[in-house]
Design a protein around this ligand. Structure first.
Ligand code: NAD
Length: 246
């Protein structure tokens, strides 16, 4: 593993209790960052935090009031904030556009897109005041390509890509970078929400012929969250095993 210097940095990873978020938190801690896990599953977040040396904070990213409270707790625990990783997300069920109920559609957009907005809205002023910050949003290859039977998910991730570009420009002269990544599928608990057919479809689209490992995603995020990422903002960085070449 290459050493990425996050020494003394203070980081929030949403959805950090498991999967990709957990791998990012582990990599951050190994790189010297103090890290808090924001997750709506407090029991699992606590268990993970104990195992990896993080702090768990209960928060639902669709609730701006809960985010404000989590932020106040985070500041008290860490003494500041340098890095925000917006990773919390759900896949939702695999259905055609016409089979989605408005409630299902709304829930996916609310967590995956509005949740990123709510967290950025709350944390960005702290990063500006700090004079330094790194925001990394976890989008998806689905946001670039549009996966069939995952329209709400794909649309939410396309929204995250556009939000990243807008916020990146707004913060470009403030030493706060904002980038997103577009991973192909990683075998995590999120697969439990998907049909076997959909999982096989995603794998069939990856030229490298395998799923991405969560540690591979974490390695990319760690660099984007570091001081070395100093002239890259508003970017969409691909990690799709060759599926997208743009
Ligand atoms: P996961 O299901 O393993 O973990 C997601 C975590 O987010 C869970 O701990 C869950 O409790 C938390 N969470 C969900 N809704 C929340 C909410 N409203 N508030 C707070 N926490 C909430 O999923 P994962 O595979 O690790 O995915 C993480 C991110 O990566 C998601 O944004 C996902 O869309 C994205 N992603 C995943 C894949 C993949 O194939 N695994 C591919 C591309 C992008």
């Amino acid at each position: 593993m290459n050493q990425i210097d996050l020494q003394g940095r203070k980081a929030i990873v949403t959805g950090g209790a498991q999967g990709i978020g957990r791998a990012i938190a582990e990599r951050f801690i190994a790189s010297g960052a103090q890290t808090v896990l924001w997750d709506r599953d407090l029991d699992l977040a606590r268990q993970t935090a104990d195992q990896i040396g993080a702090t768990a904070i209960a928060v639902d990213v669709t609730d701006p009031t809960a985010i404000d409270m989590a932020l106040a707790t985070t500041e008290a625990v860490l003494g500041g904030i340098d890095i925000l990783v917006n990773n919390a997300g759900i896949a939702g069920a695999n259905r055609t556009v016409w089979d989605y109920s408005p409630e299902e559609w709304q829930q996916i957009i609310d967590i995956n897109l509005n949740g990123v907005y709510y967290c950025c809205r709350a944390v960005t002023p702290k990063l500006i005041a700090n004079g330094y910050g790194r925001i990394v949003n976890i989008a998806s290859i689905a946001g670039k390509e549009g996966n069939p039977n995952a329209s709400a998910y794909s649309a939410s991730k396309a929204g995250v890509i556009a939000l990243t570009k807008s916020l990146g420009k707004e913060l470009a002269d403030k030493n706060v970078s904002v980038n997103c990544i577009t991973p192909a599928a990683a075998r995590t608990a999120i697969f439990d929400q998907m049909s076997e057919e959909h999982i096989n479809y995603m794998l069939s689209k990856i030229p490298m012929g395998r799923f991405v490992e969560t540690a591979e995603v974490a390695a990319l995020v760690a660099w984007l969250a570091s001081e070395d990422c100093s002239f890259t903002t508003g970017q969409v960085i691909d990690i799709s095993g060759g599926r997208a070449t743009y």
